[in-house]
Design a protein around this ligand. Sequence first.
Ligand code: TPP
Ligand code: MG
Length: 335
Amino acid sequence: MEVREKIQTELTHELMLEMYWIMLLSRRIDERAWLLHRQGKFPFHISGIGHEAAQVGAAFALKRGKDWLVPYYRDLAMVLAFGLTPAEFALGLMGKKGEPSSGARQMPSHWGLRRANIISTSSPVGTQTPHAAGIGFAIKYRGDDAIVLTSIGEGSTSQGEWYEGVNWAAIHQLPVIFLVENNEYAISVPRSKQMAVSNVAEKANGLGLPGITVNGLDVIEVYDAVKSAADRARAGGGPTLIEATVLRMTPHSSDDDDRMYRSREEIEEMKQKDPVNAFRDYLIQQNIITEAAQEKFQSRAKEEVNAAIKFAEDTPYPDVEDASYPVYAEDIRHG
Ligand SMILES: Cc1ncc(C[n+]2csc(CCOP(=O)(O)OP(=O)(O)O)c2C)c(N)n1
Ligand SMILES: [Mg+2]
């Protein structure tokens, strides 16, 4: 990872350590989710492993608690950065009582967190884009100082809704950041079969907004790009499309067997570029963290993951009589 002068002045060591902590925590709880799934503790997991740098770089460039987030299913690290707790994530995995996104109705990783301005996620991919454009329109209409970031996979930018949402934001110069986490696959379909352009950022040319591609394995590069786009959006400069190139280091989900369509060599190569390890090495190299302090982070992550899983295991399933809420606004009991 290169050192960038401008960002070094903005990103304190403390903030960089916080970024690393969220990346590590996300990685460790994600890995544990795979293990627990294979033990039959719950039926489904979808992973953010390999996407952590893009997600944390983006989240830290926003005003968390004030700005709006319309994420997608891989964004574990992003929502942890916005304030979802590991215990809440674990409740979602197991469909337990108190799960904050939907009262345990949704599949795991269909985020929603009212207290953190995270909008609930629908399973049909692409639907989040017009939602984000609509939120951007409301922000502009009301004269608020907030912005909205929505994320999506590169494959889902083939959906009609994606073009409609981005087009609307460009026409009305809305304060929206469209973050595309390009991992080169839509389940088994490679990017080359998903679009005729060589990268997603090029699509911005036809829609009338700036589009850039950044290295999504470099948390600081992503932070830099999202921070510039956020500053511009907040100042009335309109939307930006940011494509972050990432790695999907796991199968698409726990229901997928990626040996059917990609080689094991490809996965081994990815491990050399692991974004969590890259940031750890960078922090050590720059004397921002010592080896010993880094080890402490590791053990703290393990403890937090153990505690989150135990909490969810000890929590009961929702009561049967709660099955019919919250359907109407007046019946919403979750914070
Ligand atoms: C409208 C719609 N079509 C198909 C699906 C099934 N589906 C779920 S995820 C996915 C792949 C999405 O790939 P991409 O956008 O690249 O995101 P990634 O999973 O790679 O992060 C598909 C086809 C869906 N959920 N919604
Ligand atoms: Mg993809």
